[in-house]
Design a protein. Structure first.
Length: 124
């Protein structure tokens, strides 16, 4: 395929990055942070549910450890913490929007194929 490497080796940075982004919640969290700094609880609301506080914390920590998200704690009472995309993380905003647009356009066909309702799925 043009534009794709011949293969993703196990220790290839490209493969490791794809694995990081292929996590169930990573792209959703990155999309939620694309509008600017967000507090943990507000991010759960932006995502629209389905993610536990624990899983969100794990996802944010993983994205932070890879330089995509930053965490800022304010010395206030009660404590306030905000998360935002780093400049590196912000470079993912456009690809995520493109993927989201593709999913809106083709999502129904993907779901139908998974249920065995599409002509392609029936022919396999």
């Amino acid at each position: 395929m043009d534009g794709f490497p011949d293969g993703f080796l196990a220790d290839c940075p490209g493969r490791l990055t794809v694995e990081l982004l292929a996590d169930k919640w990573s792209v959703v969290v990155l999309a939620g942070l694309s509008r600017g700094p967000v507090r943990h609880g507000d991010l759960i609301d932006l995502i629209g549910g389905g993610i536990s506080r624990k899983v969100l914390t794990q996802t944010l920590r993983r994205l932070e450890s890879h330089g995509l998200v930053s965490r800022r704690a304010y010395a206030e009472a009660p404590p306030r913490v905000e998360y935002e995309l780093t400049p590196l993380g912000a470079t993912l905003t456009e690809p995520i929007h493109v993927l989201t647009a593709w999913a809106r356009t083709h999502g129904e066909a993907v779901l139908d194929a998974g249920d065995g309702h599409s002509p392609m799925a029936a022919g396999n």
